[in-house]
Design a protein around this ligand. Structure first.
Ligand SMILES: [Zn+2]
Length: 306
């Protein structure tokens, strides 16, 4: 996927220097070997002082990118941000209160692919600091209280297992009961989580049904699509916003381009699963750069009279 970062030049010895080198390697060896076989995050912004931009290929000073909320200062490429970073970027400081973090994933099928699902869950939780791929709660965006959910593509592709679906459904139900505007920010490269089989597939319908009741009650749902929003997430709640916003150049679609091409045997137009293409074709309402997201959400809430 496009957000998979490779990068980091040899000038980035700081990360190595900060952690003690393994006893069998001198610091010199450690800094000259390209990558120690320590566990690397599968997704996300790589460690180091410098980042290579996937948009313009420039080498960017990490701190400068971070100041811009992980956006390339030269070309505007939007890097991955974690669900927690997203909350920090969006909410007035100290106002976010998490809901349903006590709901934890289980392994109802005893599923195993490369490793048993039960072990995978624990490993992902350790690596990401999240208990599952969605984080939900309430807080203030420019002093307006909202209910908000964020999915994180670094946790099993941001796929929708039972816990993700249940947290989102409860989020929507609370937003309905408390008459709160609802924001869901999607970053899900996977759709249903295959490790949970049919239980995952049910989540699309469950969350969508909760959204229908929210809509009947007159609620305002702003769906924000970020890179990537694919599969069952794109095919359910992410597409159901009263307003659908997207970050620039995000990958948004259902199946991947290779699958589609192999199925319908038609040459696909260039960039057909990007925010820009989908805006032109009426699938999304606005493309909003990350730095403007907070103020534009607040403005949309005011405009819609919530
Ligand atoms: Zn760039």
């Amino acid at each position: 996927m496009t957000q998979r970062q490779s990068t980091v030049t040899g000038r980035t010895a700081n990360a190595t220097a900060a952690t003690p080198a393994p006893s069998d390697a001198s610091p010199l060896q450690a800094s000259s070997s390209p990558e120690r076989p320590r566990p690397r995050p599968k997704r996300g912004v790589p460690e180091g002082l410098w980042l290579k931009c996937n948009g313009c290929q420039a080498t960017i000073y990490r701190k400068e990118a971070e100041k811009m909320l992980n956006v390339c200062p030269q070309c505007g490429f939007h890097w991955y941000v974690s669900a927690r970073q997203r909350i920090d970027q969006l909410f007035d400081p100290g106002t976010f209160e998490q809901w349903d973090d006590q709901l934890l994933p289980t392994d109802p099928l005893g599923f195993s692919d490369k490793k048993p699902y039960a072990k995978r869950i624990v490993a992902e939780q350790k690596r990401t600091g999240l208990s599952d791929a969605a984080l939900t709660g309430t807080g203030m965006i420019r002093a307006r209280r909202v209910a908000c959910g964020v999915t994180d593509s670094s946790f099993i592709m941001g796929s929708m297992g039972s816990v993700v679906g249940e947290r989102l459904a409860r989020l929507v139900e609370r937003a309905t009961a408390q008459s709160l505007p609802l924001i869901i920010i999607s970053a899900s490269g996977g759709g249903a989580r295959m490790h949970e089989g049919i239980l995952s597939l049910m989540q699309m319908a469950k969350v969508s049904a909760a959204l229908a009741r929210y809509s009947e009650a007159g609620g305002l749902f702003i769906s924000v699509l970020t890179n990537p929003t694919m599969g069952g997430v794109a095919a359910s709640f992410a597409s159901l916003g009263d307003l659908v916003f997207a970050e620039p150049r995000a990958l948004i679609g259902f199946a991947g381009p290779r699958t589609i091409k192999a199925t319908i045997r038609v040459e696909l137009p260039p960039g057909f699963q990007t925010s820009e293409f989908l805006l032109e074709h009426g699938f999304i309402d606005r493309i909003i750069a990350r730095q403007d997201l907070k103020s534009e959400i607040a403005r949309a809430i005011d405009y819609c009279g919530d």
